[in-house]
Design a protein. Structure first.
Length: 291
């Protein structure tokens, strides 16, 4: 019955029923669906779910066993802005995986098996604001230009990985970066890392859990917090000379001494030749006068 008491037209009831059935049919198996949201958390999924509604804006795949994200299937979700894939088995090569979801704003890949981040991994996510790749114990390297296209990136978390080095320009050139997680990594605090530590102390970026951003190697700096490590590295790298530096300076000094000696010898030889030539000229003139 309609609110006015009249019987609801059969066709309208049929269409409403079909619409509700369509929503149920379009929801992937073992997932729950709400308006523009698909939630498949903790369903022990091994593969990317099929039949995801094309207008989905938020997709949650957390706590499953998904090891691969198909770029083609993802590209069908062109309006996706939120993707949560934490606690899965994603790893190896993610290059060009997100090429079709350019509107993505939030991406969580924490607690996976990522091994590296290259320029092609996130380069197509021009709207990305939040990126979480923490708790990837096999993440060894992030390319220098990995986030060159992610200029809107505001929140980046790379905590608890196997990273030992991060090029300063990788994060320094992100104009909107405000939050950077770096704790509990295997930072190698050598002279090459001094520039990054100096940037940390001078930037306006917030570093959560700063007490656990410490050096792992070398042994002499292990467990040292970054401000203390910066002071030690300034002393080690900018004031002290290594053995090869002394050898280089000795070679430079010897070259300068040798070049000076050769120059003085050549100047002396030239002076003697000039004097001899001048003397012969004077003798010739005297002989001409005598004749």
């Amino acid at each position: 019955m309609s609110p006015s008491g009249r019987p609801r037209p059969l066709s309208l009831m049929f269409l409403l029923g079909m619409g509700m059935a369509s929503e149920r049919i379009n929801c992937p198996s073992r997932c729950s669906c709400q308006y523009l949201e698909v939630n498949c958390t903790g369903q022990q999924l091994r593969e990317f779910p099929a039949a995801i509604p094309l207008d989905t804006r938020q997709l949650i795949l957390a706590a499953n066993n998904v090891s691969y994200l198909p770029a083609v299937e993802l590209s069908f979700l062109a309006d996706l802005v939120y993707l949560d894939c934490r606690k899965n088995l994603l790893g190896d090569d993610l290059d060009f995986t997100f090429i079709g979801v350019a509107k993505l704003v939030y991406l969580d890949l924490s607690f996976n098996n990522l091994t590296q981040v290259t320029f092609s991994t996130f380069s197509h996510l021009l709207s990305l604001v939040v990126l979480k790749i923490s708790d990837n114990p096999n993440l060894l390297a992030i390319a220098k230009d990995a986030f060159a296209n992610n200029t809107w990136l505001r929140h980046l978390d790379v905590s608890r990985t196997a990273l030992t080095f991060l090029d300063t320009s990788t994060v320094r050139d992100l104009p909107n970066l405000r939050f950077l997680g770096l704790s509990d990594n295997l930072w190698h605090c050598n002279c090459s890392f001094l520039d990054f530590i100096t940037w940390m102390t001078e930037s306006n970026v917030h570093f959560p859990d700063a007490d656990n951003i410490t050096c792992y190697t070398p042994e002499g700096l292990r467990a040292l917090k970054m401000p203390a490590a910066e002071a030690q590295l300034h002393f080690n790298c900018l004031t002290q000379l290594h053995k090869q530096d002394y050898i280089f300076l000795c070679l430079i000094g010897f070259c300068i001494f040798f070049a000076g000696t050769v120059a003085a010898w050549l100047a002396g030889v030239c002076a003697v030749i000039y004097k001899v030539h001048t003397s012969k000229g004077e003798e010739g003139e005297e002989e001409e006068e005598d004749t």
